[in-house]
Ligand binder design. Structure first.
Ligand code: TYM
Length: 331
């Protein structure tokens, strides 16, 4: 069985972009692949966090993994800090990553270009930690949204470099980017990605938004004055984004079919139909979320997941440390 690994960094509440671009894919792959899905809490603190809020977001993230359908009997689910090998290999990866490579990473560059002050060293070096998160499990594939592709490519480059230098240490993983829904855009500004750091809160649908709020956000989504439901991301980015959302939540329904259904009808009708699809999905997830929170199963899932993950990560860290000459005992 081929292995797959991915993670989410809950710096805020999970949103529809995370679900469509990543989480829903983890769920659909778990039968076919050995799935490792972790919560990237070390990555959260690369930007300032309120401790109480972070704790709640981490808890909700695990509950949402399960509510969206990840099955702890099939997938290994754990918190990154419960497997300390990530941080240790992260440091080693950092020492094998060039500053020139980190300088090219768009997430850091964007924050710097926005004039954000006091950016942390952790934010700058986080792609090296992400490389460790991946390589420590030798996955074949890394399912992610479009914005993480660059980081997986860096991971490959550093792995190839280290394999060259020390012998075969790591499997070279492939990023797996969905054809539809790899980059869900903000509803209020479809030139920007839907993101947890949306300050207006209008462009982002959170998985735990109440249904009325979610519907309102879709009904007021920015479209255009053409009045035609057509998949044309360049000229009709708002409409095309809503079509992507609709398509990916209805089994990758072809765009031509959606265009046909709404031919000659206004955006009002179309938005109502998108809102129906989104709200039906959220309703299912939220009902399951509540059951999971009430069941108190989260601690057990994380404990078992961490044990399983550690049994894979520890021998790999050992192998790497020996190969680079850092261990002096024979054990
Ligand atoms: P994060 O938490 O920003 O995003 C989690 C996943 O959601 C995808 N995503 C989107 N997909 C479609 N449309 C959007 N608007 C959208 N926004 C986010 C992301 O591409 C991602 O797949 N660095 C990672 C977390 C991480 C990780 C890893 C991932 C840490 N270590 C190892 C994979 C493997 C991050 O910040 O994702």
């Amino acid at each position: 069985m081929k292995r797959m690994l991915s993670g989410i960094k809950p710096t805020g509440q999970l949103h529809l972009g995370n679900y469509i671009g990543a989480l829903s894919k983890f769920v659909s792959y778990q039968d076919e692949y050995e799935m490792i899905a972790f919560i990237a809490n070390l990555h959260c603190i690369t930007v300032p966090q309120d401790p109480q809020e972070l704790k709640k977001n981490l808890h909700d993230c695990v509950a949402l993994y399960l509510a969206c359908g990840l099955d702890p009997k099939k997938a290994t689910i754990f918190l990154q800090t419960d497997v300390k090998e990530h941080a240790q290999l992260g440091y080693i990866m950092c020492c094998h990553t060039y500053m020139g490579e980190l300088n090219r990473m768009t997430q850091f560059k964007d924050k710097q270009a926005n004039g954000e002050k006091n950016l942390s060293g952790g934010l700058y070096t986080y792609p090296a930690l992400m490389a460790a998160d991946i390589l420590i499990y030798d996955p074949d594939y890394v399912p992610v949204g479009e914005d993480q592709k660059q980081h997986v490519e860096l991971t490959r480059d550093v792995a190839i470099r280290m394999n060259h230098r020390y012998g075969n240490l790591f499997k070279i993983p492939e990023p797996l980017i969905p054809k539809v829904g790899a980059r869900i855009m903000s509803l209020s500004d479809p030139s920007k990605k839907m993101s947890k750091s949306d300050l207006t809160n209008k462009g982002c649908i959170y998985l735990l938004d109440d249904l009325k709020t979610a519907r309102k956000k879709i009904m007021s989504a920015k479209t255009d004055s053409l009045g035609i439901v057509k998949y044309d991301p360049e000229n009709q980015p708002g409409v095309s984004n809503l079509m992507q959302i609709m398509s990916s939540l209805s089994g990758n329904r072809p765009m031509a079919e959606i265009e046909q259904e709404f031919a000659g009808r206004g955006y009002g009708d179309f938005k109502r139909a998108v809102a129906d699809v989104v709200c039906a999905e959220l309703e299912k997830i939220q009902a399951r979320y509540q059951e999971i929170v009430d069941s108190g199963m989260i601690d057990d899932v994380l404990r078992e997941g961490a044990e399983k993950a550690r049994s894979m990560a520890a021998p790999k860290l050992d192998l790497v440390q020996k190969a680079i000459g850092m261990e002096i005992t024979a054990h």
